[in-house]
Design a protein around this ligand. Sequence first.
Ligand code: UDP
Length: 310
Amino acid sequence: MRVVVTGGAGFLGSHLCERLLDRGDEVVAVDNLVTGSPDNVAHLFGRPGFSLVRHNVSNYVHVSGAVDAVLHFASPASPKDYLELPIPTLKVGSIGTMNCLGLAKDKGARFLLASTSEVYGDPQVHPQTEDYWGHVNPIGPRGVYDEAKRFAEAMTMAYHRFHGVDVRIVRIFNTYGERMRPDDGRVVSNFLVQALRGAPITVYGEGSQTRSFCYVADEVTGILALLDSDCVGPVNIGNPAEFTVAELARLVIDVTGSASQVVFRPLPEDDPTQRRPDITLAQERLGWTPQVPLAEGLRRTADWFVARLA
Ligand code: UDP
């Protein structure tokens, strides 16, 4: 296959590009490098069938030649990033999605949308099943990401129903691993970097809020299983093992052997109180279950940060 990966120089996108090349696909990565970096794909430049195009997909997207699949992963995805880039985030989720759907339609390609657990907002159904419509504050600070992705899902389904485009929608839950930016502000990168530097571990609120963390290799396996399946979705892809943020802080301290102390900071506005995927659909339709436990994934990610920070 010849696959276009938008956001291909990002954290998740770069892992996707690598896995696609490994299985013999050609990859055109498209990225405006706002939150992504060429460093993430530097090791892929020499490989046959890989190219990186610097382009903002919120502007018209042109790719010459045949395309079999378009994977739309371009977007700021860390709360810190999308709060700093609210309008580009809204644009890439709306106009960018429309442009990428247009490309898929034009090429007769399959289209896969990277959606998010944020479409569930601060969920009142727990764990979250795909048929839950969510609890999102449209005018709160996080609305720029949540509503962009909700609109992207609606647009994807409209192209599917009205134009017959072959689509897939994945709802991605908190994912961590190698190539996260040390300064991206997410909880796993913040805690690991703080622990490795012996700095205070910044728990927001009381640390009783929960998240369910999926190691990046597992996440990519699930996404590709969805791409290759006949399942439109949306499908939750995440690790259902749920931890409080305070538990995560203790685990990071254990894994790194750090002497850091936990400090408490104010809880950001509209921070979801709980999040855990119900992955029954992925298990039954895709035969996918995550394999890497949090402690093991954190060890691997810590090793990567050690090398990177050095
Ligand atoms: N968080 C924290 N300390 C940090 C960064 C984040 O306690 O240094 C909390 C944050 O308030 C949230 C959770 O960790 O409850 C996950 O935050 P993240 O930004 O990774 O992603 P989210 O799941 O909120 O999109």
